[in-house]
Design a protein around this ligand. Structure first.
Ligand SMILES: Cc1ncc(COP(=O)(O)O)c(C=O)c1O
Length: 377
């Protein structure tokens, strides 16, 4: 065997996680917050806090100041541990690595956050996807419990709310899975600020449940900070795989600062929730669209009669980037995922999407440019 063939075949077969170059005026594809720090004073105070960081020194691997703030913010009891990651992506990787014995497996509903299966592949671990219900993306609890009985997965990832479908499964359904799982159950609450429900308060009820959080959807995606919380029996082991300086000093200082001013971030999340509700109603008026219920900062929509790829191109031509999910999973045929932006950005999106839908002929083909009769969705 020579050269690059020494790299594992399953890695060579993978396509790298696609991140488009960006540059569009309106970026609504990655569930980022559209809002920066809102006022001069806060920005100034943050910069001062960064200026005080000694970047000539390695960061403190225990991140004591940030950990203390985060523990207080989450209301963690003394019996719950906290492990910080360079984004929650990294924590998903650490969990999977820690469990990657020969014969180990990861399970998740499908479609869901693609990194669960990608990371399983990176770690050489089998992945079992259990289809969500076709009509409403609900958890098929019976099928899930059957799959658990068959595969006895070492870890189950539940994105709650689920990316990319946006829905929040009833707690009872999640608990029905927890009750029969024998491995670790990770409740991934990346979108908790928009769902306002959490299993953090339930930590300790079960010995094999942990919760994953991130600051990414709250306006701090560029910082890369994720948090895993749960019982020490699991977290102490997972923490052994963490590289000591995974959370850099500027991120530690910035995140601690952000938690001190959490009311600002909470207010921004509230604006996003309000816009989500307004947008869902506005889009739902169109007979060419199904808008799925969302408890996250994005909406999943399905086009009827149109072509999601063509709509995506049309939006790109207008400087608006959303995520086209057509082709990502059979259950996502003709679907787009629209991150909720500022009211102005959303209005632009609605207008351009409306223009595309107006141009559709009865046969689903786009009509000639200018055939539009109304400019909003
Ligand atoms: C469900 C879910 N979990 C985790 C992540 C990763 O977030 P982070 O930016 O913290 O790595 C995402 C990102 O989109 C996500 O959708």
């Amino acid at each position: 065997m020579s050269g690059v063939e020494r790299i594992r075949a399953e890695i060579r077969e993978l396509t790298a996680y696609p991140v488009p170059a960006g540059g569009e005026a309106v970026k609504l594809d990655a569930m980022e917050s559209p809002y920066p720090w809102p006022d001069e004073h806060l920005r100034e105070a943050w910069l001062q806090c960064l200026a005080a960081v000694s970047v000539n020194r390695y960061p403190d691997p225990r991140a004591p100041a940030l950990s203390e703030r985060l523990r207080a913010h989450l209301g963690l009891g003394a019996d719950q541990r906290l492990v910080l990651g360079n984004g929650s992506d990294e924590l998903i990787q650490l969990i999977t690595l820690a469990l990657a014995r020969p014969g180990a497996s990861v399970m998740a509903p499908e479609p869901t956050f693609v990194m669960y299966s990608m990371i399983a592949r990176f770690c050489g671990v089998a992945y079992h996807g259990v289809p969500l219900r076709g009509d409403d993306f609900g958890l098929d609890v019976w099928a899930f419990r059957e799959a658990i009985a068959e595969h006895d997965p070492d870890v189950i990832f539940l994105s709650w709310p689920n990316n990319p479908t946006g829905n929040l499964w009833p707690r009872g359904d999640v608990e029905a899975i927890i009750e029969v799982a024998r491995g670790l159950v990770v409740i991934d609450e990346a979108y908790q600020p928009f769902a306002q429900d959490s299993f953090v308060e339930d930590l300790g009820r079960w010995p094999h449940v942990v919760v994953l959080r991130t600051l990414s959807k709250l306006g701090l995606a560029g910082l890369r900070l994720g948090a895993l919380v749960g019982p020490g029996a699991w977290l102490d082991e997972i923490d052994k795989l963490r590289l000591p300086y995974n959370v850099n000093a500027l991120t530690q200082a910035s995140a601690a600062f952000a938690l001190e001013h959490f009311d600002v971030l909470a207010e921004q999340a509230a604006s996003v929730r309000a816009e989500r509700e307004r947008m869902a109603v506005a889009l739902d008026v169109r007979p060419e669209l199904t808008v799925f219920p969302s408890a996250a900062n994005f909406l999943l929509v399905r086009l009827h009669g149109g072509d999601a790829r063509a709509a995506h191109e049309e939006l790109l031509a207008g400087g608006i980037r959303v995520k086209c999910l057509h082709g990502a999973h059979p259950a996502l045929a003709q679907c787009l995922r629209l991150t909720v932006g500022t009211p102005a950005e959303n209005a632009q999106l609605e207008a351009r999407l409306g223009r595309y839908l107006d141009g559709l002929g009865g046969d689903g083909e786009a009509g000639p440019p200018g055939a539009s009769t109304s400019s909003t969705v």
